[in-house]
Design a protein around this ligand. Structure first.
Ligand SMILES: [Zn+2]
Length: 136
């Protein structure tokens, strides 16, 4: 049996993507800012951050959180999978907002190399339906 690609939960995935997109990977985000953007309580956010830290995906110090190099490359890979499936769904007639939401439910579970095959199958568009580059 092949193991799951990324070993992160949906909430950990949401937090990684938030850090990648909001902080652009470089600037740390405050814990309470992460909590309010994710619509969760600060202690819940802290638990997610602790788990991500133990997996080596974030650095957290004095309430400031940022992606490590491995967290950065994992979020890039999740975004690539996300945008590939979003494009596939849209090409198949799924409305854009549904496509985005549902891609977000599976993107962290799918292997990047397999997503590359899907991307080829749909003629390798350069950008997702929102106009963001697929290969980040
Ligand atoms: Zn999306």
């Amino acid at each position: 049996m092949t193991k799951l690609t990324n070993n992160v939960s949906k909430r950990e995935r949401d937090c990684l993507i938030l850090l990648k997109e909001e902080s652009r990977g470089d600037f740390p985000m405050r814990l309470h800012e992460i909590a309010s953007t994710m619509h969760i309580k600060p202690p819940t956010a802290l638990n997610i951050i602790r788990r991500l830290k133990s997996k080596g995906f974030v650095d957290a110090q004095d309430g400031m959180v940022k992606l490590t190099n491995s967290g950065d490359s994992l979020s890039k890979s999740i975004l690539m999978v996300h945008r590939t499936f979003e494009s596939l769904f849209c090409q198949s007639g799924v409305p854009e907002s549904r496509a985005c939401k549902e891609a977000g439910e599976i993107d962290f579970l799918i292997n990047r190399e397999n997503a590359m095959k899907v991307l080829k199958r749909i003629d390798s568009p350069a950008a997702c339906p929102h106009g963001k580059p697929i290969k980040v």
